[in-house]
Design a protein around this ligand. Structure first.
Ligand code: FES
Length: 78
C-alpha cells in the first residue's frame, strides 16, 4: 500500500484542540508544527481523548502524537 497523494498538495494535518488534547499538549504541538513549516488546522474532539493528543494526517489518526511522529507520517506522503 502506498501513502502517496494523487496530487502535488501537502498532506492535510488536523490537531485536536479539544479539552483533553489541549491539556496533553495539543495546542503546543500545533505551535511546534507551525515552527517546522507544517500547516495544521485545529480540530474538535474526536472522542479519542484517552489517546491525547491526537493528530490526523490525511484523516488517519496518530495517537499520543509528537511533532516527530507527525513529521514522519507527513513525509510518508511525499
Ligand atoms: S479532546 Fe482530543 S480527542 Fe477528545
Amino acid at each position: 500500500m502506498t501513502n502517496k497523494l494523487d496530487s502535488n498538495r501537502a498532506a492535510t494535518i488536523e490537531v485536536c484542540h479539544g479539552p483533553q488534547c489541549s491539556d496533553y499538549g495539543g495546542r503546543k504541538l500545533s505551535e511546534e508544527l507551525a515552527a517546522m513549516g507544517l500547516d495544521a488546522v485545529a480540530g474538535d474532539c474526536r472522542s479519542q481523548c484517552p489517546n491525547a493528543p491526537v493528530v490526523f494526517v490525511e484523516n488517519r489518526m496518530i495517537t499520543k502524537a509528537t511533532a516527530s511522529k507527525v513529521d514522519e507520517r507527513v513525509k510518508s506522503y511525499e
